[in-house]
Design a protein around this ligand. Sequence first.
Ligand code: FAD
Length: 311
Amino acid sequence: PKLVAEHKKNGRPTFSFEYFVPKTAQGVQNLYDRMDRMNQLGPQFIDITWNAGGRLSNLTCEMVNVAQSVYGIETCMHLTCTGMPKSKVDNALKEAYKAGCTNILALRGDPPRENEKWEADPHGFRYAKDLVKYIKSNYGNHFDIHVAGYPEGCDDGTDPELLLEHLKEKVDAGASSIITQMFYDVDIFLDWVRKCRDIGITVPIIPGIMPIHTYAAFMRRATWTKCHIPEKWLYLLEPVKNDDVAVRDIGRDLMVELCQKIIDAGILHLHFYTMNLATATRMCLEGLGLIPSLQERTKALPFRPSLGLNR
Ligand code: FAD
């Protein structure tokens, strides 16, 4: 089933989990165990990130296969243009197809190493939209294709309005939903969603939620993505920064408030950046009252994200 399918969940918010590919075989095994446990929380789908070429991208294909066929969970495979000649893109898509995967998050990709300038592979693609078009032209409607959106701009400093136009181009190329970069300021996110709607982007927008694990990780991620931290958050978190339990409790309350505002705006799907850890995500879902009962889970229906903000 596709992520964007008919749904009849009576407006109850749904959620999904992103996992990144661990660097070691032991890490992969640990992640499988964790994924298995986290599936009990009832995600509608999971996604697996893509690294620039090499062994780790083979692992993405393997993990997508295991998640689809062993755990039976709808899995979205990230796929990037970094270091990917068309032949490698073809192989990755073939593997995804064989695994029964029907969802791809098509990305330009990060540079291979930090601080390096991104360069297109001479036999590959330059922009995510080129990858979207290529997947569409080779696989028709087999894959639902998703693309990335940036409520607070991209780290390459592209003008926000131009970035929105580029986002629209990606959607017009055939994407059926947008998954966003993480953010801590919900008003910035909701304002950006309105701007997307104003320029004619009508597909569902799925907010990327980064739960708070520790103060250090919280600050590091804000710096890394250059996202705005509301003053209240710093005021509450800074004084307890050396107490991980207090940070997680306050972090849960802040995240629950953020997610609730999103839900109240009519956006009924939350995408969690789990960072391969269960606790902070689970606490947030518990705080929102979103963990379905066993009975509800056995009756789970295909996922369709709502459009939100009256679209
Ligand atoms: P694009 O949409 O292609 O945009 C890249 C740049 O090109 C932007 O500045 C854009 O404005 C510009 N551009 C686009 N079209 C044009 C045009 N026509 N003319 C001129 N300029 C143009 N990275 C990974 O390596 N692996 C992952 O698994 C991964 N997962 C991610 C998941 C999410 C939800 C998000 C938000 C990001 C993820 N990333 C991942 C990071 C992403 O690859 C980087 O942020 C990357 O720098 C941009 O990717 P994009 O797909 O948004 O690129």
